[in-house]
Write a protein that binds this ligand. Structure first.
Ligand code: PLP
Length: 355
């Protein structure tokens, strides 16, 4: 417990000053002539200083922990992560001069491990994804440190009513568009924190926008959404880094989700590759999951003769994954054949329909 007001005040000021120096992320409009009248937007979270949407979460988690008295000047910060959150938390730990240890599966992209080390953090690798939770608890106890636990606290550390959260920013940036209130917002869940913020914000602002949550293979979120069974566990870790979990995470809030879909891993990776031709740069695979869901919804809107807008997130850059999602041998061995989805995406370019 930390009751040192001087340290707390200074730590909060440092985080707020860092925020004051930051700019908001761009909302990119895609140019897709085959779905005229249906506008697609990507909120580009790759441009945060630490390269992903997790920069927002890390800031919120640190503020929450400090203001709760959980972190003081000598506290070692420990986090379980698939990498992106750990990179962002390492940045904030360094800002505050605190030691940082990330507990991650050994499959985590090498580039992310290098970034954690760049910010002075330490990577503690475990064999399987489902070991990260217990190992984080164990380390926190052994080192008298603080386990941040993004999977529990993501949904409550973020001020979902406003305060420039991601949903607030999206709706502000949409104001002058042809369809300023999106028909759909699409997001994939890791902690579930971002979808919780977006869904709650939509309801609080009394919008009719629907939230579609897209889940990769090897994740229990979709089945939990259908059955309500909180005890579900998965054998295999998700192959789409950052999203899909082997257990029902406490930060996933099903009540704010209007619809869920499972997206095949090959569809996610093929869509990430396809987007490079539209956008001119590489994105991570979770962005592919998001966009495949968006294209499905856009095709369905087109078939019904509806117009409107759909917003999703560009979660992180593909430069982090050059040795996995952008390495054909890795893709062949771990994801399989992308061709059937590449064909569907090509069809979408001319017809506006995936199937
Ligand atoms: C690359 C990437 N995409 C998407 C997500 C999902 O975000 P959330 O944890 O808010 O559900 C994460 C979370 O770690 C991520 O790292």
């Amino acid at each position: 417990m930390c009751t040192d007001h001087n340290w707390i005040n200074n730590a909060v000021r440092k985080i707020e000053a860092d925020y004051q120096r930051s700019a908001d992320t761009h909302l990119i409009k895609l140019d897709l002539p085959s779905i005229e009248g249906i506008d697609i937007y990507l909120k580009d979270e790759s441009t945060h200083p630490t390269g992903s949407l997790k920069h927002r979460l890390a800031r919120s988690l640190f503020l929450y922990a400090i203001c709760n008295g959980w972190v003081g000047p000598e506290t070692t910060i420990i986090e379980s992560s698939s990498g992106s959150t750990a990179v962002s938390e390492a940045y904030f730990a360094r800002l505050l001069g605190l030691p940082f240890i990330a507990v991650m599966p050994k499959s985590t992209a090498r580039k992310k491990i290098e970034q954690i080390e760049f910010y002075g953090g330490q990577a503690h690798l475990v064999e399987h994804t489902d070991q990260i939770y217990a190992e984080s608890h164990r380390l926190a106890e052994a080192l008298n440190g603080h386990y941040m636990d993004q999977f529990t606290y993501a949904e409550r550390a973020t001020d979902w009513r406003g305060n420039n959260n991601i949903a607030n920013s999206i709706f502000d940036q949409m104001q002058l568009e042809d369809h300023p209130i999106p028909t759909w917002v699409v997001m994939s869940p890791g902690t579930g924190g971002t979808s919780a913020t977006i869904g709650r914000f939509i309801r609080h602002q009394q919008h009719n926008t629907k939230l579609c949550v897209v889940d990769p293979e090897n994740s229990v979120f979709h089945e939990f959404y259908r059955t309500g069974n909180k005890a579900l566990t998965g054998e295999n870790g998700s192959k789409i880094e950052g999203i899909g979990r082997p257990r029902v995470e406490p930060s996933f809030i099903p009540g704010v989700v209007d619809e869920m879909r499972t997206i095949a891993d090959a569809a996610s990776v093929a869509t990430a590759h396809w987007l490079e031709n539209v956008l001119g740069r590489k994105v991570g695979a979770s962005t592919g999951t998001n966009l495949y869901g968006v294209l499905q919804l856009a095709g369905e809107m087109k078939q019904r003769g509806e117009k409107g807008s759909i917003v999703t997130l560009l979660c992180d850059s593909g430069e982090r994954y050059l040795d996995t999602y952008y390495n054909p041998e890795w893709v062949q061995a771990n994801i399989g054949d992308l061709l059937p989805y590449a064909v569907k995406l090509e069809r979408f370019e001319t017809t506006g329909l995936l199937d």
